[in-house]
Ligand binder design. Structure first.
Ligand SMILES: [Zn+2]
Length: 246
């Protein structure tokens, strides 16, 4: 979950916050002065809403404001308001494997989650439905990720050690030097090709622990839709983080 209050507090005394008006809305930008920064760089984390501007030590607040105003349209495109947040409730539509499904919460006694065409029915009391749904989505994510691993491991001739499903805010997946893989459960919301690409990407790191040309060649060999999937994540990835879970 995004901690909006926490973002208001600068992390260290060197950091500060400025507000930029974009389309009548005040957007908060955390300024981070960094000794290694040679220029101003504006970034947003995957969960959306949180903008950070890295800047050299000598840069002024006025320079930071001018830079952000220059990039106001980019900020407007990326900014997510609280109204855009999707909360699990009856009648809400959520993405699942790239399609839209409608949530139907039913007050039947036995708790279960059932996917029927474009309806996702959650029974067992509306109060518990969001939690039950989250558990179900994470399990579905794991099933899809495991089958993608089984598909790509023989193609790349690699073998992973451990698998963890997380709710990571900054990465869709990771691969450690001990070949342990970790993925965001939110990949189950994206089109299946995108989940496949992220799995192929992390498995290819077992061969190449970097993003060299050799690494990308491995990914592209097994995953010809690599570029489409990367673009999809760049454009739509933030939206998958707009879904708040309990
Ligand atoms: Zn990578």
């Amino acid at each position: 979950m995004i901690d909006l209050v926490g973002l208001l507090k600068p992390k260290t005394s060197k950091d500060s916050v400025i507000f930029i008006e974009v389309d009548g809305q005040q957007i908060e930008i955390l300024l981070i002065r960094n000794k290694r920064s040679k220029r101003l760089t504006l970034r947003q984390n995957l969960s959306g809403g949180n903008f950070k501007l890295s800047m050299p030590m000598r840069s002024s607040i006025a320079q930071a404001k001018a830079f952000c105003n220059e990039h106001a349209s980019w900020i407007a495109d990326k900014s997510i308001t609280m109204q855009d947040m999707v909360i699990f409730e009856h009648g809400q539509r959520i993405p699942l494997r790239g399609d839209q499904v409608k949530l139907i919460f039913l007050d039947q006694l036995r708790g279960q989650t059932l996917l029927l065409a474009d309806e996702l029915r959650v029974t067992g009391g509306s109060d518990y439905a969001p939690r039950r749904l989250t558990t179900w989505l994470k399990a579905e994510a794991k099933t899809d990720i495991v089958s993608a691993i089984e598909k790509y491991q023989p193609l790349l001739d690699v073998k992973h050690s451990k698998l963890t499903i997380r709710d990571t805010k900054s990465r869709w997946g990771s691969c450690s030097s001990s070949k342990a893989l970790s993925f965001s459960w939110r990949l189950v919301l994206a089109p299946p090709n995108v989940l496949d690409y992220v799995v192929a990407h992390e498995l290819a790191h077992i061969l190449e622990m970097n993003h060299s040309a050799k690494f990308w060649a491995h990914v592209e060999r097994v995953c010809p839709h690599m570029n489409d999937s990367r673009n999809w994540l760049k454009t739509n990835g933030g939206q998958l983080h707009q879904i708040r879970v309990k």
